[in-house]
Write a protein that binds this ligand. Structure first.
Ligand SMILES: Nc1ncnc2c1ncn2[C@@H]1O[C@H](COP(=O)(O)OP(=O)(O)OP(=O)(O)O)[C@@H](O)[C@H]1O
Ligand SMILES: CC(C)(CO)[C@@H](O)C(=O)[O-]
Ligand code: BAL
Length: 283
């Protein structure tokens, strides 16, 4: 495969995508923060099943990190990322600087309602404002036909769909299944923070979520099931559980038994915060 073209200016990104679209090519975008793993690569592959050209953005977006969070230590490995994108067949990597995305005087924030309420927002109050603002910018800069987002960040996927609907952004959003390791752990750039012993504990997050989703679908009381799951996570070695919650799959409103549902969780392993989610099978 050819190496992707690397551009770091909005003008170069826009010019390239416009050329492709004028030539009648269908363009996909995969927004990322880099430190690419098999989960990201699966998004590129899904994009290329339906597109002629795939743009991957690599930008560790400062506006979605709280001052106490891991912006400075977030893994950055551009050379390796570009190798992985070449293998996957991506055509263009957009690697803007913070100054390119947020020039001096930048003063706009997009705040999405609906699915952004609760869950992550209870613990990362300005996270989705940062995500929505940067995703809207990326979509306006690149103007792709469609964009692929992972279900691993399930609430983010719902928020991005709401953003596009509400602002009439003409970008179709494609959701992609979570890629996991052989033990069920969702791939995540932040897994790089974990040592071997912590990885063994991290793998129990999905086991406990699947067991809890099964219990919910066979009639166990919701409050009892989610409380048991939180206790099981602490017994397994997690330091703190931010939430284990059942929600409606599309709106993320409270879950109604016998309707499509999603069980979502966030928990801390030492100083690393992990998230995961599973479908609640209908009974
Ligand atoms: N395991 C995975 N399977 C499928 N998609 C994934 C997976 N992990 C991340 N993604 C998706 O990749 C895109 C970019 O995510 P990001 O760069 O934040 O990676 P990440 O591994 O989720 O990082 P972090 O550790 O910060 O959560 C998002 O749409 C995200 O949902
Ligand atoms: C969508 C995103 C690239 C916005 O910075 C980020 O939140 C991510 O990587 O999931
Ligand atoms: N994968 C979502 C990006 C974040 O946690 O900041």
């Amino acid at each position: 495969m050819n190496a992707p073209t690397v551009v770091d200016s909005v003008a170069a990104l826009r010019a390239q995508v416009q050329d492709w679209r004028r030539a009648g090519l269908r363009v996909a975008m995969v927004p990322t923060m880099g430190a690419l793993h098999d989960g990201h690569i699966s998004l590129v592959r899904i994009a290329l099943e339906q597109a002629d050209r795939c743009v991957v953005s690599i930008f560790v977006n400062p506006t979605q990190f709280a001052p106490t969070e891991d912006l400075d230590k977030y893994p950055r490995q551009l050379a390796r990322d570009l190798d992985r994108l070449r293998e996957a067949g991506a055509h263009l990597a957009f690697t803007p600087s913070v100054g390119e995305m947020y020039p001096a005087g930048f003063a706009t924030k997009i705040s999405v309602g609906g699915p952004s309420s609760g869950l992550e927002t209870d613990f990362r109050p300005s996270f989705f404002d940062g995500v929505a603002t940067v995703v809207a910018k990326l979509f306006l800069q690149a103007a792709p036909d469609f964009a692929v987002f992972g279900e691993k960040d399930y609430q983010q996927l719902c928020v991005v769909r709401q953003l596009c609907r509400d602002l009439d952004l003409p970008v179709e959003i494609v959701g992609a299944p979570t890629v996991r390791d052989a033990h069920g752990l969702a791939m995540s750039s932040r897994n790089a923070y974990l040592g071997e012993a912590e990885l063994d504990v991290a793998r129990l997050l999905n086991v406990i979520l699947r067991r809890t989703a099964g219990a919910l679908s066979t009639g166990t009381d919701e409050a009892a099931a989610t409380e048991d799951a939180a206790k099981a996570l602490i017994s397994a070695g997690f330091r703190k559980v931010d939430y284990v919650a059942a929600r409606a799959s599309v709106t993320l409103a409270p879950w109604q038994r016998n309707r499509g549902g999603r069980l979502l969780a966030a928990a801390w392993l030492g100083t690393t915060r992990l998230i995961d989610n599973v479908e609640i099978p209908s009974a």
